[in-house]
Write a protein that binds this ligand. Structure first.
Ligand code: SF4
Length: 642
């Protein structure tokens, strides 16, 4: 019987399990190195950080290592889409290749599963006047009659942003738990039970940190049980975890509670008019607080906002009336299980609400975000390092953190510091792609700097020229929606190729259209900087407008910069540059996805050359052939397009 390390090495060899199962399998030394490094840390519960650049094959490396080491494993990915790809595409190939018995489970967050109790409540309250909402609820009801998983992603003909979903899903606040009539049939609980029995569970970072921070119950028991925790797309952890190690409170949650209390009055306790009145006042006060902010939506510093008289008064009013609701419910305790549950929720919400009264607490950022309907108040810790290490220290688990983009200026220091990782092994695996042969990188000479009023015209002009040379196949990544809108207006009259724009369809559909067309131009921002994997000729050129520094209006960023300033550290170097380097590496990584791919990366921001900090960015990019001469780029694109 071979050792685990022997089995891992064998699985990746040219005549091993993968070679037998996958047509055209090519052995990659970097992939085997990564798998063996993981195999090494599992028995001693060590921590390993791996930057595995594009093309390494990191997913198979960690899956095979986890399965062959026999460790109970949690794999956490960045998004639900990646979670599904891993579970439905990659995992079956590996299972078949290894031919080992293995129990697996895919577990999503609470808001993905139908809540039977809330669906019944929705039906009892009757259809709303909104036609689209009534249609969506009808679809969900028909689907609910035969679903096995209760995963709302399976409902046909309902858009994923439908207003119907929040109405038929639970939150940790409104779930009745063991007191629920449908407890035994609950889809969420069934999914959690299945996960408890599995050898390998696939989750996403949001779910992982929600549970690690014990904001929700059920899945939290899985983390102590696991022997290996794998974070893929680990560069996203600091930002995601920050949201869960903090606190938040939405006027939506308060209104839901008020609506549930009113429902108890109508359905069970008709003799307690005060109950209805108190609930209605809380609902009204929640709306009044929301209305203090811009109708279009707004975000900012909560401490500053509270200095405004109207906001201060509305917040105080809500506080007084939450107390009033508390007193009124208290009188009827013991008369209705649902009301008792509302009382517990109210207690918890009141405690959270009070936290926002001390908005100058050190070490935290207090900020708000208002959308069209609700106001959300947030408290985020300025660093997650202490909390994260506190949670890690009691667990008898090996940890793997991996991503294609972890290092800044050739060092893991920034990533390790953010998570508070000490005593950690690191491994840097270069891409097997030949970037010198496969690609070119250009920062066009003579372009004005982004702050120059002539910049946007020059940018549009550059895009037009390059699109013509490559006959499409261009992905334009911009750093803001305002640039996206201005470019869309300019390019739609200048380009002969099909222009696809983020927001006109789902991300998945836009990418499909782009890949099928072969000559299209895709203009996008935000989420398209990551998770876009277009192989082959359809993508020949990636154009990036600016170095992707986070918006200085972001309240959390502002608070982090202030905090660094107080410590005598230059926030721009310590916070903004590393963040932007990781984002640029992600954007640049969209170009070459395969050994056969060829293309050009164009960055239209001359600050990368003219400013001293540009060196850190240049050093972090793949080793592409470099030029400043746009004519060379045009020739190159004409050649590969021909
Ligand atoms: S246990 Fe909670 S999530 Fe499950 S059906 Fe009941 S209320 Fe809904």
């Amino acid at each position: 019987m071979k050792s685990v390390q022997g089995q891992i090495a064998n699985a990746f060899s040219s005549d091993g399990a993968l070679a037998k199962a996958i047509d055209g399998y090519q052995e990659r030394q970097v992939q085997t190195t990564m798998a063996l490094a993981i195999g090494e840390v599992v028995p001693n519960q060590e921590k390993l950080v791996v930057e595995a650049q594009t093309g390494t094959g990191k997913t198979f490396a960690y899956l095979i290592s986890a399965i062959l080491s026999g460790a109970k494993t949690i794999v956490s990915t960045g998004t639900k889409a990646l979670q599904e790809q891993l579970y439905y595409k990659d995992l079956p190939v590996v299972r078949e290749a290894l031919n080992k018995p293995l129990k697996t489970a895919l577990l999503k967050g609470r808001s993905n599963y139908l809540c039977i109790e809330r669906l019944k409540k929705q039906q009892a309250e009757g259809a709303s006047g909104n036609e689209q909402l009534a249609h969506d609820l009808g679809q969900i009801k028909r689907w609910s009659a035969h679903t096995v998983s209760g995963d709302l992603g399976e409902v046909p003909g309902v858009n994923e942003s439908s207003f119907a979903f929040p109405l038929v899903t639970s939150t940790a606040d409104n779930c009745s738990g063991r007191k629920c009539k449908y407890y035994d049939d609950c889809y969420l609980l069934r999914a959690r039970r299945k996960a408890m029995e599995a050898d390998l569970i696939v989750v996403n970072h949001h779910l992982f940190f929600a549970d690690m921070a014990l904001k929700d119950t059920g899945f939290g028991e899985l983390i102590p049980e696991s022997e290996l925790v794998i974070f893929d797309e680990a560069h996203q952890i600091p930002d995601i975890a920050c949201g869960y190690f903090g606190q938040s409170l939405s006027t939506r949650t308060l209104k839901e509670l008020a609506s549930d209390v009113a429902y108890v009055y109508y359905s069970e306790l008709k003799d307690t008019k005060q109950l209805l009145k108190a609930a209605q006042i809380v609902e009204r006060c929640s709306d009044q607080l929301r209305l203090c902010f811009s109708h279009q939506g707004e975000r900012g510093n909560w401490h500053e906002a509270l200095k405004r008289q109207d906001i201060h008064n509305a917040f105080e009013q809500l506080s007084v009336n939450l107390d009033f609701l508390y007193q009124v419910i208290k009188i009827s305790l013991g008369r209705s299980d649902t009301l008792d549950n509302c009382f517990e929720r109210l207690l918890e919400l009141k405690t959270r609400f009070d936290l926002f009264k001390q908005s100058d607490k050190l070490g935290f950022s207090f900020w708000f975000e208002a959308n069209r309907l609700h106001l959300q108040l947030n408290i985020s810790p300025l660093s997650i390092a202490d909390k994260f290490t506190e949670h890690m220290k009691d667990l008898k688990t090996a940890w793997l953190f991996t991503s294609a983009t972890l290092k800044v200026d050739d060092s893991f220091e920034h990533f390790n510091q953010q998570l508070g990782l000490t005593d950690v092994k690191t491994l840097s695996l270069a891409s097997p792609f030949d970037y010198q042969q496969q690609s070119m990188f250009c920062v066009p000479r003579y372009l004005p700097e982004p702050a120059n009023p002539q910049y946007i015209d020059a940018l549009a002009q550059t895009i037009s020229v390059l699109t013509q040379a490559s006959n499409g196949g261009v992905l334009i990544l911009v750093t803001s929606f305002s640039t996206l809108n201005r470019l869309q207006a300019m390019l739609s009259t200048q380009l002969s190729q099909q222009l696809l724009v983020q927001g006109s369809d789902s991300k998945q559909n836009l990418l499909k259209q782009f890949a099928n067309d072969g000559h299209a131009v895709l203009l996008a921002t935000a989420s398209f900087w990551e998770g876009v994997d277009i192989r082959g000729d359809a993508l020949r050129c990636v154009i990036i407008d600016k170095l992707p520094f986070a918006s200085p209006d972001d309240p959390l960023l502002k608070a982090r910069l202030d905090d660094k300033r107080k410590q005598g550290i230059e926030g721009f170097d310590a916070v903004q540059i590393p963040q932007a380097v990781i984002a640029l590496k992600q954007g640049a990584g969209r170009l070459i996805r395969d050994q056969q791919d060829r293309g050009v990366l164009v960055l239209c921001d001359t600050r990368i050359i003219s400013r001293p900090y540009g060196r850190v960015f240049l050093q972090s990019l793949p080793d592409m052939k470099r030029t400043r001469d746009i004519k060379q780029v045009i020739n190159y694109l004409e050649n590969i397009s021909a």
